[in-house]
Design a protein around this ligand. Structure first.
Ligand SMILES: Nc1ncnc2c1ncn2[C@@H]1O[C@H](COP(=O)(O)OP(=O)(O)O)[C@@H](O)[C@H]1O
Ligand SMILES: [Mg+2]
Length: 333
C-alpha cells in the first residue's frame, strides 16, 4: 500500500532524509523510531505528499504521490506533528467540515463524525472551540480528522503525544485494531509502543534506515537476550559466581543484587537453544541442592538496542548537520 523508493530530502545544506526505502502492506503497523531530528516527520510529510522529495518516489496503492496526488491522498489519513486545525471552529464543526472535504455528506457524514468523536474520546469537548482545548484534546481532534474517511493508509506522527496513560492505552489499542486491515505508519520515541502496536519496526538515525525488522528481531539484538536471570536463596554472589560460572554451558555470570544472589548467566555460543540453557542452569542449581525463587530467560531490552543502534547520534557535535537545537536543549535539561 505504501512504497517509498530511495527518498532523499535536502533542506538547504541539511540532509534530512538519506536514501530511505521501505514498503508497508495492508495488515502491517510499521513503527517509525529514531531520536529527535532523525528525519521521521520529514519522511512522513513526503509520504503524504505534503512536501516533495528532493529525489526518489512514493506510491500509495500504485498511485504516484506527485503525479497522481489526488488519487493517492484520497487513500491517506494523516496525523501531522503539530496537529493543525482551525482554532475558532468547534470540534464537531471542524470534523463536519473535514468530512465534507473528504466527500462525505448527509447521514454518512454525521455517522462518520459521531464514530470518531466516540473513538477519540471527544464527547466532552464536542462544542468547544479548538483554540480553548488542552494540547491532548487538540491532538485527539486532529487524530479524529485523520480517520474520518476510514482510509486504507494511515500515517501518524507521534499519535499518543499529549495523552494521559489511559488514553495512550486506548489509542494504541485503536491503532492496533485498525492495523488489521489498513497499512499504518506510526512514529514514536516511546519504545513500549512498539510492543503494544507494531508488527514491524524501522529505526532511522540521521536520515538513514539503520534497522528494518520485527520487534522480536530488534529485541534479539540486545546483549541480555537469551541470558538466564536467577534468584538463589541463602547464597552469596561470589560463591554463586564461581560455582555457576564453572558450568560448561555458562560463558559468564554477572551479579545483579548485592548481598543476595540475583545473578544473570550468559550462555556460550549464540544462545540459540534458549530453553536448553534455562534447563541446564536449573539442573546445575538442583545438582548443588540450591533453592531458587525465580528463574527466567531474558527476551532482551528494546531500549538498550535502540541506544546501541542510534548511539552515533548522541556524540557531541554530530548533531550539527542534522539540526542540533532539540538535542542540545534535551542535554541541557
Ligand atoms: N522545513 C525545514 N527546514 C529546514 N530544516 C528542516 C525542516 N524540517 C526539518 N528540518 C531538519 O531536518 C531534520 C529532520 O527533522 P524531522 O524530520 O523533524 O526529525 P524527527 O521527526 O525525526 O524528529 C532535522 O535536522 C530538522 O532540523
Ligand atoms: Mg518529528
Amino acid at each position: 500500500m505504501i512504497k517509498a523508493q530511495n527518498v532523499v530530502k535536502w533542506f538547504g545544506p541539511t540532509l534530512a532524509v538519506d536514501n530511505v526505502s521501505f514498503e508497508v502492506k495492508r495488515g502491517e503497523v510499521l513503527g517509525f523510531l529514531g531520536p529527535n531530528g532523525a528525519g521521521k516527520s520529514t519522511t512522513m510529510r513526503i509520504i503524504t505528499g505534503f512536501i516533495p522529495p528532493s529525489r526518489g518516489r512514493i506510491e500509495i496503492d500504485g498511485h504516484d504521490i506527485e503525479e497522481d496526488g489526488i488519487a493517492a491522498k484520497r487513500l491517506i489519513g494523516y496525523l501531522p506533528e503539530n496537529a493543525p486545525a482551525y482554532p475558532e471552529m468547534s470540534v464537531a464543526a471542524f470534523l463536519m467540515f473535514v468530512a465534507e472535504i473528504r466527500g462525505l455528506s448527509g447521514a454518512a457524514k454525521r455517522e462518520a463524525v459521531e464514530r470518531v468523536i466516540k473513538s477519540c474520546f471527544l464527547e466532552r469537548v464536542r462544542h468547544q472551540p479548538i483554540e480553548t482545548l488542552s494540547k491532548g484534546y487538540r491532538h485527539r481532534t486532529c487524530f479524529a480528522q485523520s480517520i474520518l474517511h476510514d482510509p486504507p493508509v494511515l500515517v501518524m506522527d507521534e499519535p499518543t503525544d499529549g495523552l494521559d496513560p489511559n488514553q495512550k492505552h486506548e489509542v494504541r489499542q485503536l491503532i492496533k485494531s485498525m492495523g488489521q486491515n489498513k497499512a499504518i505508519i506510526v512514529s514514536t520515541h516511546i519504545l513500549e509502543e512498539v510492543d503494544a502496536m507494531c508488527n514491524r519496526v524501522i529505526i532511522i538515525d540521521r536520515g538513514r534506515v539503520v534497522f528494518n525488522g520485527g520487534p522480536d528481531e530488534l529485541r534479539g539484538r540486545s546483549d541480555v537476550a537469551g541470558a538466564v536471570t536467577v534468584r538463589i536463596r541463602d547464597r552469596k554472589g561470589d560463591e554463586v559466581r564461581s560455582v555457576l560460572g564453572a558450568l560448561p554451558q555458562v560463558a559468564r555470570v554477572s551479579v545483579l543484587g548485592d548481598g543476595g544472589a540475583l545473578v544473570r548467566l550468559f550462555p556460550k555460543g549464540d544462545g540459540a537453544a534458549r530453553g536448553a540453557f534455562a534447563a541446564a542452569v536449573s539442573d546445575g542449581l538442583r545438582g548443588k541442592g540450591w533453592a531458587f525463587d525465580e528463574l527466567h530467560t531474558e527476551s532482551g531490552e528494546l531500549e538498550e538496542v535502540f541506544r546501541a543502534i542510534t548511539q552515533s547520534d548522541t556524540v557531541d557535535g554530530a548533531r550539527k548537520a542534522t539540526g542540533g537545537g532539540e538535542a542540545k536543549s534535551a542535554a541541557a535539561a
